[in-house]
Ligand binder design. Sequence first.
Ligand code: FMN
Length: 187
Amino acid sequence: MGDEAILRLLALPGSVRRASVSKAILRTLRETAPALVAIEIFELDDIPIYNQDFDHDPPASVRALRAAIKAADGLIVLSPEYNHGMSGVIKNAIDWVSRPGYASILANKAVAVFTTSESPLGGARAQADLHKMFLSTLSRVAPGREVSFGNTAKTVVDGKLADAALLKRAWALIESLLAEIRLTQGE
Ligand SMILES: Cc1cc2nc3c(=O)[nH]c(=O)nc-3n(C[C@H](O)[C@H](O)[C@H](O)COP(=O)(O)O)c2cc1C
């Protein structure tokens, strides 16, 4: 038991605004993580618009994102729903780190996907988008009951996810992510 390694999860919020609900929920997950799980939040504010010309010489912010993804055992991606899809912030960041196609740092990387919106649906329409994108990068999307954080005017209070049932469901999906990581790392 005592020699179990800490699993390092990198969390990407799909919104860059200061009062972002996505960021607040990820902070709550970070604060409620069990002892052997460490969650680092990587904010995407400095990631420029994707330009294929720079695939081999990306800006420093993209290099930092690539390094953080490479070092992480798994990813947590939480996107707000924008116009019935994932946010451009997430799509843009993933486009940068998805090269070379089918052989990028995302190949075989375990990922748990989440969405949020202020509506009761919680951005559920963007979930399929995230699944489809990570199919193309050959990532391993953790199986489990979908978690969409909705009604956020009520469920996110003072910068924290205050809905215990939703938090429990989120951790059930992250447990599935941890199982996927152990599977892919051959334990
Ligand atoms: C450009 C834009 C488009 C949006 N489109 C949708 C949508 O299609 N469906 C929905 O439920 N909410 C939509 N919303 C609401 C956002 O999902 C909601 O405000 C979310 O909390 C934003 O995430 P954030 O708090 O992390 O910035 C939209 C918001 C913006 C700014």
